[in-house]
Design a protein around this ligand. Structure first.
Ligand SMILES: NC(=O)c1ccc[n+]([C@@H]2O[C@H](COP(=O)([O-])OP(=O)(O)OC[C@H]3O[C@@H](n4cnc5c(N)ncnc54)[C@H](OP(=O)(O)O)[C@@H]3O)[C@@H](O)[C@H]2O)c1
Length: 322
């Protein structure tokens, strides 16, 4: 484990000149985690242990908050500190995808325009919707396969090791490749991806195939390996591939289907986030997963009846629960 106070590693060849003076000057970055839930808490702890000045911006109004990683001693963080926002080099946004707009609006006025914004969530389309609010910032997108679970408000369990991919959403973020090294030092493995939207689309296809079905059937991911689901999964993936191709992204149906099947087996014992959201009567991320697919399909005049049916079934569950 990296002791607190350790200075993180920078690859100088990846280092952005724009931010170099600020970050080298302080030897660590000022980072705010906006939405310190399961995934955000995990990153907050690992970034703090890697020597960064990390503070939280959560829903709770108290000025400090502690997080405990498994049975390790709790770590205390500042919470909702506007000075931390004004000094931030990076805001890591880890709210659920449908919470992005509501979370970003009240904080954006406090940030320096050089402050990087990194959105790490499932689903697509949320950043497009709020881009007019954040366009002066370097905007980054990230996707992770780490698993995190919050058994209680101040505790997080790291339920599965994974990988994280980061890439630029706008031109200003093209010079921020160094941030992958910073994150990699805190919680490996992190890669810079020049085509992050391709990676997000591939994750979206996996989510379109697994999340709604497990939410509707209220089953573990592994149950989707049963024969009865294969036709639906094949059709979901085929429709997704058609939309991806029409949208200008690379998509091979068989490769995507193989990936979905591998994820079903590898995460067989897991309960997907949509399963959990349906189970606990919470708003799901369907509007930015299957909903995003349907939106792009409509624009591109592609038929997606099977995905549309799954979307309707999850929306019906959301409505009946609220
Ligand atoms: N958990 C995983 O293993 C995992 C893995 C890969 C990807 N993801 C994705 O990562 C994203 C986050 O997932 P998660 O499981 O970490 O969700 P989560 O535990 O619900 O975390 C979201 C956090 O954001 C807080 N929040 C909501 N609105 C806010 C606001 N306006 N201002 C400040 N904080 C706000 C929530 O507070 P409250 O607690 O008060 O609601 C919660 O602490 C999702 O898109 C998910 O699909 C999760």
């Amino acid at each position: 484990m990296v002791p607190i106070g350790t200075i993180f590693y920078f690859n100088p060849f990846h280092f952005s000149l724009c931010f170099a003076h600020r970050i080298l000057g302080t030897k660590s970055m000022n980072i705010v985690v906006l939405g310190p839930g399961a995934i955000g808490s995990l990153w907050a702890i690992h970034l703090k242990k890697a020597g960064h000045n990390v503070s939280l911006w959560g829903n709770k109004t108290q000025s400090t908050d502690s997080i405990q990683l498994e049975d390790k001693p709790p770590i205390l963080f500042d919470n909702r500190n506007t000075q931390a926002l004004s000094q931030a080099d990076l805001v890591l946004v880890t709210v659920k995808v449908w919470q992005v707009e509501h979370a970003i609006k009240p904080i954006i006025q406090h940030l320096d325009s050089d402050c990087m914004l990194m959105f790490m969530h499932n689903g697509m389309g949320a950043v497009d919707r709020i881009y007019h609010l954040v366009e002066q910032h370097p905007v980054l997108l990230a996707t992770t396969t780490h698993g995190a679970f919050r058994p209680s408000a101040n505790r997080v369990n790291h339920t599965g090791l994974g990988q994280t991919q980061v890439g630029a959403f706008n031109d200003k973020a093209q010079q921020c490749e160094f941030i992958a090294d910073v994150l990699n030092h805190a919680q490996p493995e992190v890669f810079w991806n020049q085509n992050i939207k391709q990676a997000l689309w591939q994750k979206l296809v996996v989510n379109c195939a697994i999340n709604p079905l497990t939410g509707i059937e209220q089953c573990q991911n592994g149950q989707l390996a049963n024969q009865e689901y294969q036709t639906t999964i094949e059709k979901v993936v085929s429709e997704c591939a058609d939309v991806m191709n029409a949208d200008g992204f690379k998509a091979d149906k068989q490769t995507l289907l193989d990936t979905v099947r591998k994820v079903i087996v590898a995460t067989g014992k897991n309960y997907s986030s949509m399963y959990q959201d349906v189970f606990y009567n919470r708003t799901t991320e369907i509007d930015f997963i299957t909903g995003y697919l349907l939106e792009r399909a409509k624009c591109l005049h592609i038929a997606t009846p099977v995905n549309a049916e799954l979307y309707q079934q999850i929306k019906a569950k959301e409505l009946s629960e609220n």
